[in-house]
Write a protein that binds this ligand. Structure first.
Ligand code: FES
Ligand code: FES
Length: 192
């Protein structure tokens, strides 16, 4: 299927939905209410090494597909508009806000969520460092922080405190755990 951007997709699907009287809130589809109708498109998402075939409304974001269709609720919804980073996942190793992209655009991509960070039952060094450094309070931002940190280490840009702060500035922590988060990322960098 040819790739298309979000703007093109939303414009096209919204117009056709309005014409057909099929509008509904983004993400309204759940496992209990399987989507149906002319707008539903088949897609296979590769998440944490497993393939998932979905019939999906093209307007559903990757975040909503992960949480509401696949039951992977480790990825959090905070702002739902790309400003908090709670929904961070890796797509082909690159950090993205999953609330800002459509699930349908990621057929064939390698998606990694917080549920896929630990390997063979062993915590990832970033996860272990977050525990050791007590780098969370309420924990709501933590999965996004950890996935973002894993991505940052892969980028090789966690050079010092300032660099970690800069390159993780898209991940907001309302509990203000930033000093411990930076400590944890730097510890993990030394351990990897
Ligand atoms: S929920 Fe995606 S950036 Fe906040
Ligand atoms: S630990 Fe509460 S928002 Fe970060």
């Amino acid at each position: 299927m040819p790739r298309m951007n979000r703007r093109t997709f939303v414009a096209g699907s919204t117009a056709s939905s309005l014409a057909l009287g099929l509008t509904r809130p983004s993400g309204a589809a759940t496992a209990e209410t399987e989507p149906s109708g002319p707008d539903v498109i088949d897609v296979v998402l590769s998440v944490n090494g497993a393939e998932h075939a979905l019939a999906i409304d093209p307007r559903v974001t990757l975040l909503d597909a992960l949480r509401d269709r696949l039951g992977m609720t480790g990825t959090k919804k905070g702002c739902d508009q790309g400003t908090c980073g709670a929904c961070t996942v890796l797509v082909n190793g690159r950090r993205i806000d999953s609330c800002l992209t459509l699930a349908l655009m990621h057929a064939g991509d390698r998606i990694t969520t917080i549920e896929g960070i630990a390997q063979t039952g062993k915590l990832h060094p970033v996860q272990a460092a977050f525990i050791d450094r007590d780098a969370f309070q309420c924990g709501y931002c933590t999965s996004g922080q950890i996935v973002s940190a894993v991505g940052l280490l892969g980028e090789g840009r966690a050079l010092d405190r300032d660099a970690v702060r800069e390159h993780m500035s898209g991940n907001i922590c309302r509990c203000g755990c930033y000093p411990h988060i930076v400590d944890a990322v730097l510890d993990a960098q030394k351990a990897t």
